[in-house]
Design a protein around this ligand. Structure first.
Ligand SMILES: Nc1ncnc2c1ncn2[C@@H]1O[C@H](COP(=O)(O)OP(=O)(O)OP(=O)(O)O)[C@@H](O)[C@H]1O
Ligand SMILES: [Mg+2]
Length: 418
């Protein structure tokens, strides 16, 4: 007997119609253990529930005849195509019915597609009481009075820092600029190291890498302010650091769209977000670049740096047309056979926005004492350059047009005529 038929019997309805009684929550679950969890969760939340053996097929039968429940829980492990099955279901129900899918496959791609398709949550078996209670509670809280306030907040200034070559100083700059933004400029700042295996911002700031970043990216459904605060290291009231040190023999895989949720949550509490972005095609790089407002390209002034700067800028202009690019030449004067700034700019076809000197002494003190550069080398030229960079990123220090040859030269003529 199908679940629909069983439900009909249970409801004691007659054959002429009125087949189903209205319930708060209808659930169609294949296995007994999960059914028990669903029953307990509904009971705890005071939901009138009908929990039946079955899956997506039974849910569809039910939806075609029964009054719409407030919550529909469907076990999709009976279908090889959970996505298309759930899309059929979500298309069929009323707007205020919320659907929770339960399945056996732990796949972040599937999770995102289900959410995009209108499913409220996707839980992987074995489902815990807490996960289900949370999912159902989220359902109940769908009207979100806090939301308007959150959206009214000015979006955080998301700044990616990316090096043209290994060791040019991108992580040093990202970490110390974040520190300056937070501690000197008094901005709520988050520093996110997206090099989950080899990242060094935690080292640069002498903090323990946090464990939750990978978990957050792999299970974005768990991302909320509470989870984020447990996953992050607080260096001060204003500076939050998300950095990992995952095993180098494993693979870190996550759906790039998890970054939307992560950045969305970070955005709630931050004015500045500095992202240390690996230059190689890491997971999520393209997605992250689309979310940036500014990108700092860190390079050395060498021939190899020039070649990679040209290539990187071309990529960034395609991948992040919305972002303002800032070229920072770091470790200037380090090598005798480096290029001159003029030669570099000429070949690059644009100005270098900022030159930061080689300062191995200050860096050594910072590393040895485990303190940020602005603390141990307050008056150094390197730190002065970093402060200038932060002011520019804040918009306080308006940059000159970056292009040496403006794309539309007549604009300059117009300006002169004013
Ligand atoms: N201006 C500078 N003067 C002297 N040393 C510097 C300077 N900037 C960075 N360094 C040093 O260069 C080394 C590499 O810096 P960092 O790790 O920031 O580079 P990166 O571009 O992030 O490298 P990776 O490609 O490995 O991520 C570090 O030892 C750092 O202390
Ligand atoms: Mg680095």
């Amino acid at each position: 007997m199908s679940s629909a038929a069983r439900l009909m019997n249970l409801s004691g309805s007659d054959e002429a119609g009125q087949a189903f009684r209205a319930v708060d929550c209808a659930a169609f679950i294949a296995d007994e253990e999960t059914r028990r969890v669903v029953e307990q969760a509904c009971q705890a939340l005071g939901k009138d529930a009908s929990v039946s053996e079955g899956g997506s097929r039974e849910a569809m039968e039910y939806l075609s005849e029964a009054p719409m429940p407030e919550i529909l829980i469907v076990d999709v492990s009976d279908t090889g195509k959970p996505l298309s099955t759930m899309l059929t279901i979500t298309a069929a129900f009323a707007e205020n019915t919320k659907v929770i899918a339960i399945g056996a496959v732990n796949d972040i791609g599937l999770y995102r597609e289900l959410i995009d398709g209108g499913v409220s949550d996707y839980l992987v078996k074995p489902v815990s009481d807490k996960a289900l209670t949370d999912a159902i509670s989220r359902e109940r809280n769908t009207p979100q009075p806090a939301e308007p306030a959150a959206t009214e907040k000015t979006p955080a200034n998301v700044i990616a820092v990316i090096g043209t070559r290994g060791g040019v100083g991108a992580s040093t700059i990202a970490a110390n600029c974040a520190w300056i933004a937070a501690q000197e400029q008094k901005r709520q700042t988050t520093l996110l190291d997206l090099d989950l295996q080899f990242g060094t911002v935690a080292l640069a700031l002498d903090i323990e890498p946090t464990r939750g970043l990978r978990e957050a990216l792999e299970n974005p459904s768990r991302i909320d302010s509470l989870f984020l605060s447990s996953a992050a290291a607080k260096l001060s009231d204003r500076l939050t650091v998300l950095a990992a040190e995952e095993a180098v023999d494993g693979e870190v895989r996550f759906d790039p769209s998890a970054l939307d949720l992560l950045l969305g949550e970070i955005n709630r509490s931050s004015q500045f977000v500095f992202v240390d972005l690996p230059r190689t095609g890491s997971i999520g790089r393209t997605r992250l670049l689309q979310m940036t407002s500014q990108i700092v390209v860190v390079t050395d002034v060498t021939l190899a740096g020039l070649r990679d700067c040209i290539r990187l800028i071309a990529m960034l202009e395609r991948a992040a047309p919305q972002a303002k690019l800032i070229v920072a030449a770091n470790r200037a004067g380090r090598t005798e056979n480096g290029l001159s700034k003029t030669e570099f700019e000429k070949a690059l076809g644009r100005k270098v926005d900022l030159v930061l000197p080689e300062d191995s002494k200050a860096l050594a003190v910072s590393v040895n004492r485990g303190k940020p550069l602005p603390v141990v080398a307050k008056t150094s030229k390197f730190v002065a350059g970093l402060r200038q960079l932060v002011r520019r990123l804040e918009g306080a220090d308006q940059p000159k047009p970056a292009q040496q040859k403006p794309a539309l030269p007549f604009l300059n003529l117009l300006k002169k005529k004013k």
